[in-house]
Design a protein around this ligand. Structure first.
Ligand code: SAM
Length: 268
């Protein structure tokens, strides 16, 4: 929660509000859940409201959308980013513990399942919040080998700073295969599970842009760990990452990463 409160403004500006790279998935997710006018939708871990915004445009005046997230600063941005309408509400709530009086026709959750320490509890909770005729739509990042934007840095950094990601932190790609994703959702009782994979393209610019922007984006505790390396180690690390990016670097020096995203739909 602390990290998301710090990172939310940068996340919104750099990533979520741009329909580029992995965020081309927002439109696909919204299309795949097949929204009807009048639907009541819950967007779990709505962040700065980019999915919520597209959902609201589809439900008409008779439907409504609720966006729920644990980050107060993300919700603040979501409220600004979405125009005020009486059928849209943002609440500060934890996916593992939220509960509403009414049940929903559709629940969406983009790029968040892997952050929930108890993803199974969150999924069961989502199912409890769905009508029996309801639908679930979720997206996650693919395995880190198929998301080199993260993999190229993590593979190198963890050789220099083994505890770069604090032990016990859920892996970002723990649902990064169709099987692992489907199995987790199935365990929560959902049926008719379909997982589709998409590979989007993402260009962070040249290597220096990629590394500079990564350093600008990361949360404070991570930045502190990188800063703890002495100058020569830092240089070595940078060169190792540069080497990792070579297979994705074009002749003109611009990096073009593939970025796998899995989108799942399921019924109650
Ligand atoms: C990568 S962002 C995704 C936001 C949004 N769905 C999107 O696609 O832009 C992950 C979000 O999950 C939220 N989050 C993490 N753990 C959560 C939890 N247990 N309950 C609700 N939200 C949570 C974070 O605050 C953050 O806003």
């Amino acid at each position: 929660m602390t990290i998301w409160n710090e990172v939310a403004p940068r996340y919104h500006k750099r990533w979520a509000s741009e329909d580029k790279g992995p965020f081309a998935s927002t439109k696909k997710l919204v299309d795949l859940v097949d929204i009807k006018k009048g639907n009541k939708i819950l967007d779990v871990a709505c962040g700065t409201g980019v999915v919520t915004k597209k959902l609201t445009q589809k439900v008409g005046k008779t439907g409504y959308v609720i966006g729920a997230d644990t980050s107060v600063s993300a919700i603040k941005i979501a409220k600004k980013w979405n125009s005020k309408t009486s059928n849209l509400l943002f609440v500060n709530a934890d996916a593992e513990n939220l509960s509403f009086k009414e049940k929903f026709d559709i629940i969406t959750c983009q790029y968040a399942l892997f952050f929930f320490p108890n993803a199974s509890k969150a999924l069961k909770n989502m199912r409890k919040s769905l009508k029996e005729s309801g639908k679930l739509g979720m997206s996650v990042h693919g395995h880190r080998d198929r998301v080199p934007y993260f993999g190229n840095i993590l593979d190198a950094v963890t050789q220099f700073i083994p505890e770069y990601i604090p032990p016990g932190t859920p892996d970002l790609d723990r649902y990064g295969t169709k099987k692992s994703f489907r199995d987790e959702v199935k365990k929560a009782g959902f049926s008719n599970i379909i997982v589709k994979d998409f590979t989007f393209k993402y260009s962070p610019g040249n290597f220096d842009d990629y590394w500079k922007n990564y350093l600008r984006y990361v949360a404070k505790p991570i930045k502190e760990k990188l800063n703890s390396l002495d100058k020569s180690k830092r240089k070595e690390l940078k060169e190792m990452i540069r080497e990792n990016t070579k297979p994705h670097t074009k002749r003109n020096g611009i990096i073009q990463f593939p970025w796998e995203v899995l989108i799942l739909t399921a019924k109650y």
